[in-house]
Design a protein around this ligand. Structure first.
Ligand SMILES: Cc1cc2nc3c(=O)[nH]c(=O)nc-3n(C[C@H](O)[C@H](O)[C@H](O)COP(=O)(O)O)c2cc1C
Length: 273
């Protein structure tokens, strides 16, 4: 059974991820690894034993998070990181029990979840982040993974990394309705469903709830206001700042100089001046 989200206040959850073939060789000082060898990314395939070590590493990461005082973890299964690579039929061409059918390709994820639940207990929050499309993932399969997670009822929340909560699917066959509707319509039992992408104003947050989500994730909006949910709770007409904003504002919100440099390199229109 999942640990059920009971708290009304704040909960601290840390994300666990392994970059797989996305890890730059210069940074890790070795050849990146992936479910299967990839010439394009200069990666070698993980051996069967290494896959088992990878699963154990995620479980140990969760144990360390618990020891450090976190309420839970989020397993990064999105953005073409290693778990996403395992889920993808494009990047996972293994012939052992970790490859082939979607069930086999999701075995790494499910083994990690079961291991964390067993070793960190029923009260420890476990979340999963999935990419609903792109990154080698087909919408139908992402929905299949969500369905399996909901059927197992071992996690507490599912986070769909949509990059835009208002968008339609990229695959033409599924267009005509919102991307998130494919996840909202599933029977999710006790598991909470949320999504991220271009949620800025309170209206955007309410739109997420109207679509059937249980929570909205804030990325860039939370950088503009580190305490956004509290500001909205305390003032129903709260209007967040719009980008570009000054360096001074972001520093006052608690962002470091180094992080500002990173933002400026990724989103040139975020910071004014
Ligand atoms: C500076 C920055 C760093 C991010 N780092 C991560 C990360 O470590 N893991 C992750 O899953 N997503 C990361 N994201 C993506 C966000 O979690 C979020 O999904 C994305 O920004 C879309 O939401 P937004 O439109 O509210 O910003 C990052 C986004 C930004 C802007």
């Amino acid at each position: 059974m999942a640990g059920k989200i009971k708290a009304q206040g704040s909960l601290a959850v840390v994300q666990l991820h392994h970059a797989g073939f996305r890890a730059p060789r210069e940074l890790i000082g070795d050849m990146p690894v992936a479910p299967s060898p990839s010439e394009k990314f200069g990666a070698r395939g993980l051996s069967h034993g290494e896959v088992q070590s990878l699963i154990e590493d995620f479980i140990r990461g969760a144990e360390r998070a618990k020891q450090a005082g976190f309420d839970g973890i989020e397993i990064h299964g999105a953005h073409n990181y290693v778990i996403c690579q395992f889920l993808s039929a494009e990047f996972n061409r293994r012939t052992d029990e970790y490859g082939g059918s979607l069930k086999n390709r999701s075995k790494v994820l499910f083994d990690i979840i079961s291991g964390i639940r067993k070793r960190c207990g029923a009260e420890f929050l476990i979340g999963v982040r999935l990419s609903p499309e792109r990154h080698g993932i087909l919408l139908e399969e992402a929905v299949g993974t969500a369905k399996a997670l909901f059927a197992a009822q071992e996690i507490d929340f599912l986070d769909i990394s949509a990059w835009n909560v208002f968008k339609e699917p990229v695959e033409a066959a599924f267009q005509g309705r919102s991307l998130l509707s494919y996840f909202c319509e599933l029977d999710r039992g006790e598991i909470r469903l949320g999504a991220a992408g271009k949620v800025y104003s309170p209206e955007d947050v309410y739109y997420c709830f109207e679509q059937g989500l249980d929570f909205a994730l804030l990325g860039r909006a939370a950088m503009l206001h580190h305490n956004y949910p509290h500001l909205l709770r305390d003032n129903a007409s709260f209007m967040p700042k719009r980008t570009p904003v000054s360096r001074e504002h972001l520093l006052a919100e608690g962002l470091s100089e180094q992080f500002l440099e990173y933002i400026a390199s990724m989103w040139p229109d975020f910071i004014s001046g």
